[in-house]
Design a protein around this ligand. Structure first.
Ligand code: FES
Ligand code: FES
Length: 163
């Protein structure tokens, strides 16, 4: 189509060939062109974290990222997070379930993607470290106590597992 260009993305280990306008965000590319609606559009302005995905293992706000700029990188969405060989849930997903880290669930994919990336970042062990690390992920339902408990449990178990 006029005004579009071929964009090759690698999402959850799968190669996607899309035709996109250059201004299309990674979030819209995932949701509207790749059928991956797990990443949520809360604010579309970088203020809520609902759209968080991983790009080359780092957490990124997909509403602030152009799809064309993500070419050649490994993109992981909530749909791909659990894609382990045994088909099991990611430890962070299990922890969110165990600790009631959600109510309506709208913010949850972004919370979990952010928290999973946080496991690889150099934060201290305190609750305040988690609060600061997760401060870009808003929850209208106020599920923060459960989110904090979930993240802390997942951090402890991943540290114990030497990950
Ligand atoms: Fe991206 Fe809110 S939708 S930060
Ligand atoms: Fe409803 Fe967080 S669980 S917005």
């Amino acid at each position: 189509a006029p005004g579009t260009m071929p964009v090759a993305l690698r999402v959850n280990g799968r190669a996607l060939s899309l035709e996109l306008e250059p201004r299309v965000t990674l979030l819209d590319a995932l949701r509207e062109h790749a059928g991956l609606t797990g990443s949520k559009k809360g604010c579309d302005h970088g203020q809520c974290g609902a759209c968080t995905v991983h790009v080359d293992g780092r957490r990124v706000l997909s509403c602030l990222t152009l799809a064309v700029m993500a070419q050649g990188k490994a993109i992981t969405t909530i749909e791909g997070l659990a894609a382990t060989a045994d088909g099991d849930l990611h430890p962070m997903q299990r922890a969110f379930i165990a600790h009631d880290g959600f109510q309506c669930g709208y913010c949850t994919p972004g919370q979990i993607m952010s928290a999973a990336a946080m496991l690889r970042e150099p934060w201290g062990p305190a609750d305040d470290d988690v609060r600061e690390a997760m401060s870009g992920n808003l929850c209208r339902c106020g599920a923060y106590p459960g989110i904090l408990a979930a993240v802390q449990e997942a951090r402890r178990s991943s540290a114990a597992a030497g990950q």
